[in-house]
Write a protein that binds this ligand. Structure first.
Ligand SMILES: [Zn+2]
Ligand SMILES: [Zn+2]
Length: 272
């Protein structure tokens, strides 16, 4: 889960997402709209008898806020919360598994704020099942998936890898640019990203207000997507001052065609 606003628990219930599926929560910064739902969620996980660890990534101060609240409510969680305090000034790897690498990176907001970048790790080549010789050993299959040819005992090529496999699927990536001013320092990491989420709190007509409040316009978000050569842009975090959000799409699409508006309850796929 990335950020956890006040309404998070209602939304989880509404869209039937089980708490137990959430093991890692990434908090971009300590403005209320990004983390005020966290305490309630932690408490609910406790009441639901969670025992497995919960991993929490966030800025300095988050751990203190949570431990203070737990202390004064005399709550002892059934499970452990493992904190990773993020350095807001650098780009760093904060999580890595066999499938994925997560990095945090600095944004330009009124208080310390970071975004998150998720990228799949190298995938195996795909076996062409119809071409596979019978009686291949597990070790042979491993070699094929790694791109190696199969050799006989004398070291001659028995089967060429390219005859039996197809290239691995594309590595997908997702980048979450939370609250920020227009900030080109994200471009190197954003290069070619599959799906870029970028805040767009204002329209270009309120550009001054955007920079004074450390936010972006739809046009600026689209400029980042364009300069980064992103495949797709998803904008959100619209200011409540706009009654109609259709102009956000119009403004962004003029600069970056493949723009989507983030809407409550919608699912957006990171395409392969
Ligand atoms: Zn903020
Ligand atoms: Zn915000």
């Amino acid at each position: 889960m990335i950020d956890c606003g006040e309404g998070t628990q209602h939304r989880l219930a509404q869209y039937k997402i089980k708490h137990i599926k959430i093991d890692h929560i990434f908090i971009s910064h300590l403005h209320g709209d990004h983390y005020l739902g966290l305490m309630g969620l932690l408490k609910t996980m406790h009441l639901l008898k969670r025992t497995k660890n919960l991993y929490l990534y966030g800025p300095h101060g988050l751990q203190e806020i949570i431990t203070t609240q737990l202390k004064y409510s005399q709550t002892h969680l059934n499970y452990s919360v493992i904190y990773k305090i993020i350095d807001p000034d650098i780009t760093e790897t904060i999580f890595e598994s066999n499938q994925i690498v997560v990095k945090s990176f600095p944004l330009d907001h009124r208080i310390s704020c970071t975004g998150f970048h998720f990228k799949e790790k190298e995938k195996p080549r795909r076996l062409r099942k119809e071409k596979l010789p019978v009686n291949l050993s597990l070790s042979d299959i491993g070699k094929l998936k790694r791109g190696e040819d199969l050799l006989d005992e004398a070291g001659n090529v028995r089967f060429k890898n390219s005859d039996l496999t197809l290239p691995a699927k594309k590595l997908r990536s997702y980048m979450y640019c939370s609250d920020t001013r227009y900030n080109e320092s994200v471009l190197p990491l954003a290069k070619g990203v599959s799906l870029l989420y970028h805040e767009a709190t204002f329209l270009n007509e309120d550009e001054l207000r955007a920079s004074n409040t450390y936010h972006c316009t739809a046009g600026q978000a689209a400029t980042i997507a364009k300069k980064a050569n992103a495949e797709q842009l998803l904008i959100g975090h619209y200011s409540a001052r706009y009654k109609d959000i259709a102009p956000f799409k119009v403004e962004a699409s003029k600069i970056f065609k493949n723009t989507l508006l983030a809407m409550e309850g919608e699912t957006y796929e990171v395409s392969e």
